[in-house]
Design a protein around this ligand. Structure first.
Ligand SMILES: CC(C)(COP(=O)(O)OP(=O)(O)OC[C@H]1O[C@@H](n2cnc3c(N)ncnc32)[C@H](O)[C@@H]1OP(=O)(O)O)[C@@H](O)C(=O)NCCC(=O)NCCS
Length: 159
């Protein structure tokens, strides 16, 4: 089941942020190193802020198994997936025991609906080219708008 993410989900979202930050990274960084990195921590700082849109996937016992959320960053302090003011950046993570079961795709599709309902026409993200998540994004209609040595910034138009 998918439900809205609330303030008390911040601990689980932090777990998923660590997974997302390490997606495709070799070697992965420690949890402490990731969360101490301000360029990563800002994707969840003061969760939830006005304008944040988040979803959590839960199992039959209501235990969170995955999360996807979108947050806006300003042009003078852009996130790693920034493309323009007013285009929220997406973060996605699924608990390792629940992967390859369709949870990530369901969360992503649901978040598209929630972001569109929030009045946004695009959503963006950054992904390492070595990350299997990139295949998911391509199959869900994301296109590459810029690239660095290791990373692509991708955008999905929400119609
Ligand atoms: C990326 C992630 C969210 C996908 O979640 P998931 O629930 O495992 O994904 P799904 O089961 O919905 O699979 C969706 C698609 O992802 C791709 N995919 C997922 N796992 C894959 C794997 N191990 N190898 C290749 N492709 C894979 C496939 O395209 C798959 O579609 P298919 O099943 O039709 O082939 C999950 O692997 C994860 O949490 N990874 C760590 C965090 C992360 O990297 N987040 C993204 C940061 S940009």
């Amino acid at each position: 089941m998918i439900r809205r993410a609330v303030a008390s989900d911040s601990g689980f979202l932090r777990d998923m942020l660590v997974e997302a930050a390490n997606g495709g990274a070799e070697p992965p960084r420690s949890r402490v190193a990731v969360l101490d990195d301000p360029s990563i921590g800002r994707y969840l700082a003061q969760w939830p802020r006005p304008g944040d849109i988040g979803l959590v996937a839960v199992d039959r016992d209501d235990t969170p198994v995955g999360a996807c959320w979108a947050r806006l960053f300003p042009a003078d302090a852009p996130g790693s997936g920034f493309v323009a003011s007013g285009v929220p950046e997406l973060t996605l993570g699924v608990n390792s025991q629940w992967r390859a079961l369709g949870v990530g795709r369901t969360l992503l599709q649901s978040l598209h609906g929630a972001v569109r309902a929030g009045g946004y026409s695009r959503v963006s993200l950054s992904v390492r080219r070595t990350n299997v998540a990139r295949r998911l994004y391509v199959s869900e209609g994301y296109t590459v708008v810029s690239s660095s040595a290791t990373t692509d910034v991708m955008v999905r138009v929400l119609v």
